[in-house]
Design a protein around this ligand. Structure first.
Ligand code: FES
Ligand code: FES
Length: 159
């Protein structure tokens, strides 16, 4: 039997009927068509599915959608302000903090959750913040430099 779910995603309210065992990543991708959130391991190990829920980063493959009832979710589609990229997105571009891009949406959202908690994180806090996100391409240093640049204020948010 389907269950009702209310969510706000990227500032837009939704009321959905979902399977009680549906995962948040499934609802975002399949019900809402927000396929920027990637599905990798599907068991909480890779971080590709990371979104920000009520200000904190979570792995959407490890969250039962019903447990997110009433939550405010931001996905990678909600980072930019129209054509204006989010500071993290600009810094990722400038610092080459991506290659194949498969980890990038989840990495950005982990970094967003990190900066929500620690606007000026130490190098160790950045490392901890992306600890659950696997990147097989970049070696992570460019990602660290991008987050440091944002925390220094090198990139201004336009919203
Ligand atoms: S798909 Fe969620 S952590 Fe890998
Ligand atoms: S850019 Fe390829 S996995 Fe991170």
């Amino acid at each position: 039997m389907l269950k009702e779910l209310k969510l706000t995603v990227n500032g837009q309210p939704y009321e959905l009927s979902i399977h009680p065992r549906a995962l948040l990543v499934e609802v975002l991708r399949e019900n809402l068509g927000l396929t920027g959130t990637k599905r990798g391991c599907n068991e909480g190990a890779c971080g590709a599915c990371t979104v920000v829920m009520n200000g904190k980063s979570v792995k959407a493959c490890s969250v039962l959608a019903l447990s997110a009832n009433g939550a405010e979710i931001t996905t990678v589609e909600g980072l930019a302000n129209g054509a204006q990229l989010h500071p993290l997105q600009k810094a990722f571009l400038d610092y080459g903090a991506y290659q194949c891009g498969f980890c990038t949406a989840g990495m950005l959202m982990s970094c967003k959750g990190l900066l929500n908690m620690f606007p000026h994180p130490t190098n160790e806090q950045i490392r901890d913040g992306i600890d659950g996100n696997i990147c097989r391409c970049t070696g992570y240093n460019s990602i660290l430099r991008a987050v440091e640049a944002v925390s220094r204020g090198d990139y201004k948010e336009t919203k």
